[in-house]
Ligand binder design. Sequence first.
Ligand SMILES: [Zn+2]
Length: 274
Amino acid sequence: MPELPEVEVTRRGIAPTVEGHVLRRLVVREHRFRWPVPAELPAIVAGQTVRSAARRGKYLLLEMASGTLILHLGMSGSLRHVHPDEAPRLHDHVDFVFDTGTLRFHDPRRFGAVLWHPAEDGPILQHKLLANLGIEPFDPAFDADLLFRRTRGRTQPVKQTLLGGDIVVGVGNIYASESLFRAGIHPTTPAGRISLKRYGRLADAVRETLTLALESGGSTLRDYVGAGGESGYFQIEARVYDRAGLPCRVCATPIRRIVQGQRATYFCPRCQRG
Ligand SMILES: [Zn+2]
């Protein structure tokens, strides 16, 4: 599944093609995604200039004069630069045709989304899909204080709190295990019992982990401007994830695997404390 680093790299990858350029045509070969593509959307956006390519959480936002085109890659989506004459392959569902190039949206599982938010409906960040998202991990306000304040009274394990997305967005399953290892925090620790100081380490660890993923993704892209492979994750050198039974890279204790909320969690029982 494309995670925040993949979506951010996609945003950086498409920005030169779309920002300040006119969307000549939107070609919709398949309307049925997580939500249907509005039938009138190609007529609305054709001829409009994209003012900016932004991102909020895992949503890409192409801002235009009369509104914002919202794009989500879902479970299996990717955007690829193609030659305008290249025949679409299976699951190539939507084309964004610019003078600067054509972007092709490929989504075999169709959990993605292509939606429209008219400017008259208010600020895009108030859209119902965006309004309740947690803070961006690279926002300077994502810090020890915010994590500490927002978790008081929470008995839920810290790993699930990170995955929840209502406090901070973008910490997917792999990144949650990796960040907790870097911060030395045991994944089952109740979120409300973690100190301010340790939350400072966790905020730093989240940013470090996501930065590594962004760097690895940024160096592997060419045609694909987003996640294209089956794994969906950029290759970060995992310290704990998927390393059950292997020696901890710090202390050599075997890494353990547990299941929390139907998701695998990996941790070092010695380096990570409750
Ligand atoms: Zn260890």
